[in-house]
Design a protein around this ligand. Structure first.
Ligand code: SF4
Length: 376
């Protein structure tokens, strides 16, 4: 019996967060029977999160197209003719209008993306102003601007940027097939600068670019073995763009995509795993499977940078059908959340429950409430 099978048969203890995953262990997870893998991922999910809460972000392209990089999947690369309408850096006023509209539709985080190799010094004051003003609206902020120097990371952190997105895209071995204008180490360097500056990291990859399972294993291993797991892990399904070299790549089996979500959940139990690009091509049932497998974040809004995304109304209906509610970021730092964390510590002295139990949490709070009233 393998180590993975042994764990499945034994009681589901809370698995420690690890940063030393070996390839063979990750391959063994991928190779589990589908139902066993999903059961295990859902169990891990419930140990760390409310399984019916999904974090919702909105993504706006603040500078579109004419990117000097040659990422083979991207509609914005200047190397390919994708008939994309290019746009200069948006005015701060326009960005704020979009952020306000996203907030009204229920987004808690506003992500801003610019098609740059890296931001130029003359763009930084505008970008920093966007961060400050979106933050002042009470939203979490995220940016993706390409490679950052340590100084730029420091400036963004000082302006209050919560998250910086920089994807690893694929495994180190397959990376050269996808991008030649920047190296894997460049990407890891930017992630290190972001972390050193004190910001949270959003980093994931793209599945279905013609890579094989070993590359999906390699990508997840890289992410899971970072010194600290990215707080947010977007798993994108390739959206095939006419004019790019990956326009006609073979379709990936959807179950393999769900497996990738499930393995990401197991390897990075405390991270938000985001069902990201490609949702337009997934039916509701597949998205529901992804939520069951541990995805707990999505992008809301009809455009995802330059590609289509499900309509907001459709997402709201899907949430209603599944009994899912959007996560309020204030929940993560509220007194109630602190209380929950304390309760978690008390409860962790007992055997870990298999399922997230909202009722017992409420009962425990009532007991705590009475106790503190008596103490007063
Ligand atoms: S993915 Fe980003 S860096 Fe690569 S071509 Fe597109 S916009 Fe440029």
């Amino acid at each position: 019996m393998t180590a993975v099978q042994t764990t499945l048969k034994s009681s589901p203890e809370v698995v420690a967060v690890r940063h030393d995953w070996r390839r063979d262990e990750i391959e063994a997870l991928f190779a589990l029977p589908f139902n066993d893998l999903l059961f295990r991922a859902a169990t891990v999910h419930r140990q760390h999160f409310d399984p019916n809460a999904v974090q919702v972000s909105t993504l706006l392209s603040i500078k579109t197209g004419a990117c000097p990089e040659d990422c083979k999947y991207c509609s914005q690369s200047g190397h390919y003719n994708t008939e994309l309408e290019k746009e200069k850096l948006l005015e701060v006023k326009k960005v704020l209008e979009e952020a306000r509209a996203a907030k009204e539709k229920g987004a808690s985080r506003f992500c801003m993306g610019a098609a740059w190799r890296s931001p130029r010094d003359k763009d930084m004051p505008y970008v920093l102003d966007m961060v400050r003003q979106v933050k002042a609206m009470g939203m979490e902020t995220c940016m993706t601007l390409g490679m950052l120097s340590p100084e730029q990371a420091g400036q963004l952190a000082e302006a209050g940027l919560d998250y910086y997105n920089h994807n690893l895209d694929t495994s180190p071995e397959y990376y050269g097939q996808i991008i030649s204008t920047r190296s894997y180490n460049d990407r890891l360097g930017t992630l290190a600068h972001v972390r050193d500056a004190g910001m949270k990291i959003c980093a994931g990859g793209i599945i279905g670019m013609g890579e094989d399972r070993r590359d999906r294993v390699g990508l997840l291993q890289q992410l899971a073995n970072l010194p600290a797991h990215p707080e947010s892990v977007p798993i994108n399904m390739l959206v095939k763009i006419k004019g790019t070299p990956l326009a006609d790549v073979a379709d990936l089996d959807h179950f393999e995509f769900v497996r990738t979500i499930a393995v990401a959940r197991i390897l990075m139990p405390e991270s938000f795993v985001r069902l990201s690009a490609g949702r337009q091509e997934m039916n509701d049932e597949m998205q529901a499977l992804c939520f069951f497998a541990g995805a707990n974040s999505i992008f809301y809004g009809e455009r995802l940078l330059t590609t289509d995304n499900p309509e907001t109304g459709h997402d709201q209906k899907l949430f209603n059908r599944l009994g899912i509610h959007p996560l309020d970021p204030r929940d993560e730092c509220s007194d109630e959340a602190t209380e929950d964390a304390l309760l978690g510590q008390v409860q962790s002295q007992q055997p870990a429950p298999l399922y997230y139990d909202a009722m017992s949490s409420r009962e425990a709070k009532a007991v705590l409430g009475k106790r503190s009233a008596q103490d007063a």
